[in-house]
Ligand binder design. Structure first.
Ligand code: SF4
Length: 399
């Protein structure tokens, strides 16, 4: 964990979408646009109340070197509301001159007004993450996305023309109707856009999305019967690792690929346990003062909004991170990174927990023997198979 003077990351959650994608398990919904302005005002209030609260992680003009707008679709907020929220942040924090400022943008929501504003905000938005998911219109249509391939190409050209050349493209391996050939073509079309950064996720199958629920039930709604099988999804993910590395964008984290130097500084904070404050629905925070602690906001708009309307923060006290939890987080977050963890750092992380290092070693050995981890020059990393089964690997290190 970094010291109390480490610069903070700020996460701003906007839980609104134009339509709900069938695969999405995030805390986002479709709301009438009339609600956007009030939400922006509540977000600003949450920032001010957090800054005023003692023991909140020490806002107090603390330096901020990354800001990330996620959700949801933050690009739906009215541009003046975006500027107002940043204005309140600026009253309580100091933005570093090279602050990485990312906004997630749904293709097709980049209005001329928004595009004009992004580079003029304080601090300027200098990185955009486009929720592309696929360059195949049949696949995006099947999951309820409103954009087409041409929308994405057009948005990227407009971002570049506006001076925002640092962008990420999100892709999903395993969408309905995806085939090995269509996936290969999607990767090729993505690379034609020369993105500095890509994120590739495997379709998550759980009860929290409509498509996942349908797949688990064995039904055919949401094109569930056109979802590739597990082996095909794993092959697609593996192909992405090979293809993107060959194109100069090696994977640096289980789902993230970048040209050297274009890695997401904000997301690296999550995996290296640097402090960050999250504002908005379902936003999470890791504070480092006075002690390491985590807290999370409610994951529904109503539960988030009501306390704030009454002038109260929408959450209880932060929960201290125990030494054991800190050591476990260090392991399962650090192993997500392609560089893995070195033995000395693992020993240092385990040291505060009596007996943990001894408890851990046979588990490492079992994962090494199973071919899910490998060790090179004192560093432990996931193997390609370990990346596919990462949750199983990480579960081994949890009490
Ligand atoms: S995937 Fe993104 S755009 Fe689609 S519903 Fe979820 S948050 Fe909204």
């Amino acid at each position: 964990m970094a010291t109390a003077t480490a610069p903070l990351g700020i996460y701003l959650a906007v839980p609104f979408c134009r339509s709900k994608c069938s695969f999405c398990n995030f805390a986002s919904q479709v709301y009438a646009p009339g609600i956007y302005a009030e939400y922006a005002a509540l977000l600003a209030r949450e920032i001010a109340l957090t800054a005023a609260a003692t023991g909140s992680g020490g806002c107090d003009r603390r330096r901020v070197d990354t800001i990330y707008w996620g959700g949801g679709t933050p690009s739906l907020l009215p541009p003046p509301a975006l500027a107002a929220i940043l204005g309140v942040l600026g009253e309580h924090f100091q933005f570093e001159p090279d602050c990485e400022h990312t906004m997630e943008v749904a293709p097709g929501t980049l209005t001329p007004e928004l595009l004009d504003l992004l580079p003029r905000l304080t601090p300027p938005v200098n990185r955009v993450s486009l929720g592309v998911q696929s360059f195949q219109d049949e696949e995006t249509r099947a999951v309820g996305r409103l954009h087409r391939r041409s929308t994405v190409v057009d948005d990227i050209a407009r971002l570049r023309a506006a001076g925002i050349a640092n962008f990420n493209l999100d892709l999903i391996a395993g969408l309905p109707h995806q085939t090995p050939a269509s996936w290969r073509e999607s990767l090729g079309l993505a690379l034609e856009q020369e993105p500095p950064h890509l994120s590739v996720y495997m379709l998550e199958v759980d009860d929290d999305s409509r498509l996942g629920h349908e797949l688990l039930a064995g039904g055919v709604r949401y094109h569930a019967h056109h979802v590739p099988d597990d082996e095909a999804i794993a092959d697609a993910y593996e192909l992405a690792w090979e293809r993107l590395a060959a194109a100069g964008r090696p994977g640096y984290e289980i789902s993230n690929f970048a040209q050297p130097g274009a890695e997401s500084r904000h997301n690296l904070k999550y995996w290296t346990r640097r402090p960050y404050l999250g504002f908005g629905v379902d936003a999470h925070s890791l504070v480092d003062a006075p002690l390491p602690a985590r807290y999370a906001n409610p994951d529904t708009l109503a539960a988030f909004s009501e306390p704030l309307r009454q002038g109260r923060l929408p959450r209880g006290a932060a929960a201290p991170v125990s030494a054991r939890a800190a050591a476990e987080e260090f392991l399962f977050l650090g192993l997500r990174l392609a560089r893995g963890l070195d033995r000395e750092a693992i020993a240092a992380a385990a040291a505060p927990v009596p007996g943990y290092a001894e408890w851990l070693e046979p588990r490492f050995q079992a994962q090494l023997a199973a071919g899910l981890l490998e060790e090179h020059e004192g560093r432990i990393v996931l193997t390609p198979r370990g990346r596919l089964l990462s949750n199983r690997v990480f579960a081994e290190f949890l009490a």
